[in-house]
Design a protein around this ligand. Structure first.
Ligand code: G4P
Length: 527
């Protein structure tokens, strides 16, 4: 087998989707523990990370003193190489989450057993469905009283419209929680709470009819046997193909905080989750085993390391092999650049990458020329598709407290807007700096980060903008005319693209009617 084939075949790249508080951070920590990325939770001290309201990793590091500093984690497990991509928990950052989901091959859905399917899970599931992303499920917090497992599966099937195939089944819950039964291997794993860094705990019993089961569970053993018979009759059997098509989700039960049921999940994950998949470009489909390198930028993050003031573009590798020092073409600019200092994202620290394959994420330093959605190749003109930017719905004008800081403010806003969560508009006719965002929290985060990372004190105040549209026109003369006539409502975004900023919806509509040749776009497919 070729090296490329071997490496690609063992990659598994995924993200966790869940409603806040379901246990995403906790389960991430446990997965990393299994991957050997953290030896003992709380005991590994690492590089101090940037304070970052947008990242759960940062909060986790702050709270628990663990070195989990980036938004991409790579760890080996049972011969596989797992890449776990963080998605921000707060809904005001859903755009970022959306784009991260374009960079994975599968997802893990975490559900709180007491709460069932929650609103944000529904939304994220819709996003996954756009690309038929295969989804595995973990029903968490069985150590607490929750809802009946069968009822939870019914809810997932009804609300999320996906078949459930239980792989493990809980034995009781809350105070009566005794462990999980693996339907595939016919093994009972007895519950033993394992806080902190213990990897595996609890006795394993082979066979549902083992007398050992009656010894340890007494009356609950027969209850379990009956229940399993019922479950096997009433639920779907796991079908790999159906899972890979995104129509069935294998379901695991457990308690993340007690590190229980997570091993079963991870074993199932590395066995069944899909390896790197082909990706669509505007020109053709790119297969992961093609030898020339290709990849696309799905995320940009400024100041991950405040000491270095770096801005990192996260590139999902789609084909070929990345080697340090390689020359890559940034297709949008038609420019070849030598990538000498790409980063990889091991859980404990960022390390210089030697080689990366399809499914891996590499970090490239951005000096303001890279945008979300950019494609990198070894020369072929390709543009990966499906990585949009949405027009923001909320607008504020940046107001400086110290007018002498104007340059720093412009720099800060430009760099933070490269991350894609907010958009910066500079009107053609005045010197305002208008920030557009999808959620209110983003203004607070930007203000805070401007203070922390750029020493700029500014507030965001109301501005007479209701909506924004990227504009384009095939006829250059018409576009010039529009630019002159409508300049009071036109601005350039941080990437230099022309945007119509409308004071009202009615104004937008009227302008669209008056200028039928001009196209108004609510999303920008970068490029
Ligand atoms: P999130 O990233 O999805 O938002 O969830 P996170 O892991 O932060 O977990 C949310 C809360 O649920 C945390 O409690 C966490 O300890 C708890 N939790 C996670 N898994 C389990 C579990 O298996 N059983 C129980 N009983 N609780 C669980 P918290 O009080 O918000 O924080 P903390 O003070 O416990 O850290």
């Amino acid at each position: 087998m070729s090296e490329l084939l071997k490496e690609v075949a063992r990659r598994r790249t995924f993200a966790i989707i869940s409603h806040p508080d379901a246990g995403k951070t906790t389960i991430t920590e446990k997965l990393l523990l299994f991957g050997g990325a953290i030896q003992l939770a709380g005991s590994v001290k690492g590089r101090k990370a940037a304070r970052h309201a947008t990242s759960d990793w940062m909060a986790m590091e702050k709270e628990r003193g663990i070195s989990v500093t980036s938004s991409v984690m790579q760890f080996p497990y049972k011969g596989r190489m797992v890449n776990l991509l963080d998605t921000p928990g707060h809904e005001d950052f859903s755009e970022d989450t959306y784009r991260t989901l374009t960079a994975v091959d599968s997802a893990l859905m975490v559900i709180d057993a007491a709460k069932g399917v929650e609103e944000r899970t529904i939304k994220l599931m819709e996003v996954c469905r756009l690309r038929d992303t295969p989804i595995m499920s973990f029903i968490n917090k069985l150590d607490r009283e929750g809802r009946e497992p069968i009822e939870l599966l019914d809810e997932v099937e009804d609300v999320l419209k996906i078949e459930c195939a239980p792989i493990t089944w809980p034995i009781g819950m809350g105070k009566r929680f005794k462990g999980v039964y693996h339907l595939g291997t016919d093994t009972i794993h007895l519950y033993a709470p394992a806080h902190g860094g213990r990897i595996q705990a609890g006795e394993l019993i082979q066979g549902l009819d083992s007398p050992r089961l009656d010894e340890v569970l007494s009356g609950q053993a027969d209850e379990l046997r009956e229940e399993i018979e019922l479950v096997q009759g009433a639920s779907h059997a796991f079908a790999l193909e159906t899972y890979l098509q995104g129509r069935q989700t294998p379901v695991f039960f457990g308690s993340a905080i007690n590190n229980f049921g997570v091993a079963e999940l991870l074993d199932g994950f590395v066995e069944w989750a899909p390896p790197p998949q082909p990706r669509a470009t505007a020109e053709r489909e790119v297969g992961p085993l093609e030898t020339p390198f290709t990849g696309f930028v799905f995320k940009i993050q400024a100041n991950m390391d405040p000491q270095h003031r770096d801005r990192i573009a996260f590139v999902r590798v789609c084909s070929g092999e990345f080697e340090r020092g390689m020359k890559l073409r940034q297709v949008r600019l038609g420019k070849d650049v030598k990538i000498s200092d790409a980063l990889t994202f091991m859980a404990s620290d960022r390390e210089h990458v030697e080689n990366a394959y399809a499914g891996d994420i590499i970090g490239i330093h951005n000096h303001g020329t890279i945008r979300i959605g950019d494609t990198f190749t070894q020369g072929e003109d390709l543009q990966f598709t499906g990585i949009p930017n949405f027009a923001p719905e909320l607008f504020r004008r940046a107001q400086l407290r110290d007018p002498l800081k104007m340059k720093a403010l412009q720099k800060g806003l430009t760099q933070l807007c490269e991350e894609g969560a907010t958009q910066l508009y500079r009107p053609l006719d005045n010197n305002d700096l208008i920030l557009g965002a999808v959620g209110v929290l983003q203004f607070e985060v930007v203000a805070q980060r401007l203070r922390d990372e750029y020493s700029v004190d500014c507030v965001f105040e109301a501005v007479n903008v209701n909506t924004a549209r990227w504009v384009s026109c095939a006829d250059e003369r018409k576009l010039r005319e529009f630019r002159e006539k409508a300049s009071t409502h036109l601005a350039l975004d941080h990437g230099g693209d022309l945007v119509y900023i409308a004071p009202t919806r009615v104004n937008l509509q009227m302008t669209q009617e008056r200028w039928p040749d001009i196209e108004f776009h609510a999303t920008r497919e970068h490029g």
